[in-house]
Design a protein around this ligand. Structure first.
Ligand SMILES: Cc1cc2nc3c(=O)[nH]c(=O)nc-3n(C[C@H](O)[C@H](O)[C@H](O)COP(=O)(O)OP(=O)(O)OC[C@H]3O[C@@H](n4cnc5c(N)ncnc54)[C@H](O)[C@@H]3O)c2cc1C
Length: 376
């Protein structure tokens, strides 16, 4: 939908095909770095989204074994001046709803549900997409934004299933008045410990608290690849954390979890007038909170090159891929490294804590390349 909006903003028509019977999102939070805020603002959705968004004051790292703060990034005036936007967190349904409403208002965009993409063929300079219900649609370009297990990627690249990294997340949203420790009002806090972390931030004008607990599974590491990271392993890994952190485990649901995957970054997402976007092209684990932000940046870049290209669609798609490849690869690789840092144990944990203690809250060099974002 971000891609359709970006194309419409530049005067181009598109159709969005979703395999589900309705456009919708699951009910958890999503963080938007300033790089994504600026893109969403350009797409015209921030005005609708802002009343629901929480403007994060600080990004805080706390040691889950001691409850001691390790470091923080202040998202105040210096941050906003440097990155030309604030850091915000929103409910996925609010973000999705704002995008959907904006799409519905544009006559350049047609929205189709219950359309499962199956395959494509080339017809002259055009592409014909075929769907499971037997329907076909023809256009000048086809963009596969079909997520982690992309059918379009299977056809274009065929590099198999995404790679499980052995980490599992549990999520939960609870009313804010049920949260015992309310000291981190408008902060995004990560409690970090050996093979675990816990993320917490408020949503929906501060009325609810979003919680994510993640474990790096020892069972997976030992080669026990079936049924790893279940609620019993979650409880076992968190059993070394402070009573406060263990109590927060009560805020996440145990009946459903997310097994985390990414892929080795690689180019080659474009063939003819067909390309990939978002997780289909460059899935990442969420440790920089940038998977969706990258998809939104992709959308803006792609619309820009297509606008300039005229009838040279293939050249435009190749230029888009070239512009996005190494930036998104850096997000994928840095997210893995960040995972190793937050899950550190023993001497690595001691060194991390020592180095982080020397940072100032207005130090941004680690994320400067990321949050400065792209130009429209
Ligand atoms: C626990 C967790 C926390 C995260 N937190 C953050 C965060 O804070 N910030 C952030 O930026 N990112 C975050 N992410 C990553 C983010 O959720 C993804 O990167 C993002 O959703 C990718 O968007 P996408 O549009 O590429 O794919 P998706 O969101 O997966 O959307 C793909 C769509 O395509 C549809 N589809 C699939 N196959 C077909 C087909 N054959 N035909 C038609 N339609 C099809 C699907 O139904 C779906 O609607 C997090 C991820 C996880 C797991």
């Amino acid at each position: 939908m971000a891609t359709a909006l970006a194309l419409a903003r530049r005067g181009m028509r598109s159709r969005v095909f979703e395999k589900a019977p309705e456009f919708g999102e699951i009910g958890y939070g999503i963080q938007q770095g300033p790089n994504a805020y600026r893109m969403l603002d350009w797409l015209g959705v921030m005005k609708d989204l802002e009343p629901q968004a929480v403007f994060t004051r600080n990004l805080i790292l706390i040691d889950a074994l001691t409850d001691r703060e390790l470091t923080r990034i202040s998202c105040g005036d210096t941050f906003r001046a440097q990155f030309r936007a604030p850091y915000t967190v929103v409910h996925r349904r609010d973000l999705h709803g704002a995008l959907l409403e904006a799409c519905r208002k544009r006559e350049e965009i047609a929205l189709h549900t219950s359309k499962e993409f199956v395959s494509f063929t080339e017809r002259g300079k055009n592409v014909v997409a075929s769907f499971a219900d037997g329907s076909e649609y023809e256009g000048i370009a086809l963009i596969g934004a079909d997520g982690l297990r992309s059918r379009m990627r299977e056809i274009l690249i065929g590099d198999g299933a995404p790679r499980p990294i052995g980490h599992v997340s549990y999520r939960g949203v609870v009313p804010f008045d049920q949260v015992k420790d309310q000291s981190h009002f408008d902060d995004m806090v990560i409690w970090v410990g050996p093979n675990l972390h816990f993320v917490q931030y408020r949503l929906r004008g501060g009325t609810v608290m979003n919680n994510v607990a993640t474990v790096a599974s020892g069972r997976f590491e030992r080669g026990e690849r079936r049924d790893y990271g279940g609620p019993d392993e979650l409880a076992e890994v968190f059993s070394h954390t402070t009573p406060h952190v263990q109590e927060m485990l009560g805020y996440v649901g145990k009946d459903k979890n997310w097994v985390l995957h990414d892929r080795e970054p690689r180019p080659g997402w474009t063939r003819g007038n067909v390309t990939l976007l978002g997780d289909a092209a460059h899935p990442t684990v969420q440790y920089l909170a940038q998977g969706a932000c990258m998809a939104i940046e992709d959308a803006v870049v792609l619309s820009g090159v297509l606008k300039k290209a005229g009838s040279e669609v293939n050249a435009a798609l190749l230029a888009y891929e070239k512009e996005r490849y190494l930036r998104t690869a850096r997000v994928t690789i840095t997210s893995r490294i960040f995972g190793d840092i937050i899950h550190a144990n023993g001497g690595a944990r001691d060194l991390r804590n020592h180095l982080l203690a020397q940072r100032s809250p207005d130090t941004f060099w680690e994320i400067d390349w990321l949050y400065r974002g792209i130009e429209v």
